[in-house]
Ligand binder design. Sequence first.
Ligand code: GLC
Length: 695
Amino acid sequence: MVRKFVFGEPIETEAVIDQVGIEVLQGGTSFPDQWQVVQAETLTLTHCMEPGERIYGLGESMRGINKRGFRYVSWNTDDPIHTEDKESLYGAHNFLVIQGGVCQGLFVDDPGRVSFDIGFTVLDRLEIRVDSGSANLYVIDGEDILDIVRQFRRIIGRSYIPPLWGMGYGQSRWSYPDVESVREVLRRHRENHIPLDAIYLDIDYMEKYMDFTVSEERFPEFAVIVSEMKQQGIHLVPIIDAGVKMEPGYRTYEEGLEKGYFCRKEDGNELVVGVWPGKTHFPDVLNPEAREWFGNSYQPLMDQGIDGFWNDMNEPAIFYTEDRLLDTFEQLKSFRNTDMDLQEFWRFVGLGPALQNNQEDYTLFYHNMNGTLVRHDRVHNLYGYNMTRAAGEAFDRLRPDQRILLFSRSSYVGMHRYGGIWTGDNQSWWSHILLSMHQMVGLNMCGFLFVGSDIGGFGSNASEDLVIRFTEWGLFTPLMRNHSSLGTVCQEGYAFSRPEIFAHIIGLRYLFLPYLYSEFMRAALQGEMYFYPLAFLYPGDEMACRVEDQLFVGQSMMIAPVYEQNARGRYVYLPEPMKLYRFRSVHEYDTEMLSQGHHYVNCELEEVLVFVRQNGMIPCTWFAEGEQPVNIDSVLKADSLCLMCYASEPIRYTLYRDNGLDKDYTAPGKWVSIETDEDGQVHVSDGNTKILHLI
Ligand code: GLC
């Protein structure tokens, strides 16, 4: 049951799109007893947490799967240093579920600043503060957490579904700045038998960092390059940034200016913001007309054969505003004395950092929302969402039958209908493997299914073993992309001493893909999770509820990635007996039956652990001896499957099979039923699928 409580004058975010069956009540009236609500200038909700209550959700945020013990602030922020004290990251996902004493979901739908103090200041107190004082609060009651998630997902609409090749392995780096470097990335992957489906183009493919342009010098005849890559099974995926360069003669700039589609300040002038290209304007993607215009700007690249994009810097990130920079220059004039006192010194060194993402700057510009001017800070968290929506809506108009790859850095609930996300600028730190696992759960709960983190870590130098272990986790995330920053060591699989390990473990992605894709489609089409924490599947098992470093991928497969350096194994907790597969490549593995309880399992650097639940089935691509996956075609063309099974009785699995490109997701014939009988024989409902092996 979903109830909506309206407090003050909420801004319509279009996060919730299906209002059918939702009871609408004025704020305050009969709000559930477990909450104390105070509405003054801000709106504050307080709940006293029982010792056994766990709080799940909040999408992309720091800390654990159970969010207790920290303060989180929904305020989309470009911050590349994800240390455990960070309250805000790139997304705002104000959905949480209390599990334990009560089982209840709450979605705080407000696009301004919202904070969640979950037992940080006071151990047992959960306090939510909505700065604007207005919000639509959706309270969801249900049987259990999965039921609540399903209800939430129904009202926010179906998740974005990428083309299947977008679930293949992608290699990225800031940057592969010219066609030669792109060719080299492809050549070296193929030479080393590392499968690959996509190469990502970071900002240097553009002319002077101008969106929707391509450098003539570095990528001459871009359409020919795109097609040359496609012929070799590679999709090029360019980045698009939020800021549009101020450059006379540049089409997007001239058009935006002429039509009045950029964000303006109170004095009516366009806000001038410094980002990668130097001075830029922000397209006002909250204005429906401007959104349509910005979306259409993707077309020239699509006409050149591009079928995937990543949207960046859309919190929106501000390196500086022109006004503040001028003011800073003025202030600098007052510093002449080299014998500064401490106060003066701090003021001096603070001038530079104060330019970047300055909170005051977010109050200086406006959006034209259907004729009403709204100050940016009131709707801050909607910017990345609407930039990606601009693209997603344009793709639906321009290529109605084709799936286009799309993901974004910044987001709000609702954006999950238009694209996926990556978790921004993580670091080559061991702790960020575990953080990524935690983030996936919160994200899945609010509909973000096509998600992943920069494999190997974006910032800092990565060691070979870190990238291997990161890849062993990343091979289960729907978006599987290795990406790293300018100035760090190269972290492509072939850049290390043992490229064959990368070839083997990335190959496993293509082995598991029939299952991973089916679980993704089930999650998208039925409002399910793709990654489940053990607590969601075994809520009655106290020990399972404490585990935060193992996840279920779909309902049959449990994973337990190694995320500590020099570990050659790890402890796992099994809530029920399971069959362990220890994979070394698509052809090499051993198995072990494990009982319910705690175990220490060995896992060498080049090994990947996969646990199959009792009566679970995991359909995989069948690779004949000597055959290696190359790209997604190796999966699509295979008519044979092998089944990882742990069956004590006849079992059944429904597999999703299609060409990975069409959008008629629910057309008949896409779900194939695979059953085993009493004698261990396998039966398939679709005559084209051969089963070769039960493994
Ligand atoms: C941002 C993005 C990162 C990208 C860089 C340069 O930091 O998060 O992925 O490589 O900008 O475009």
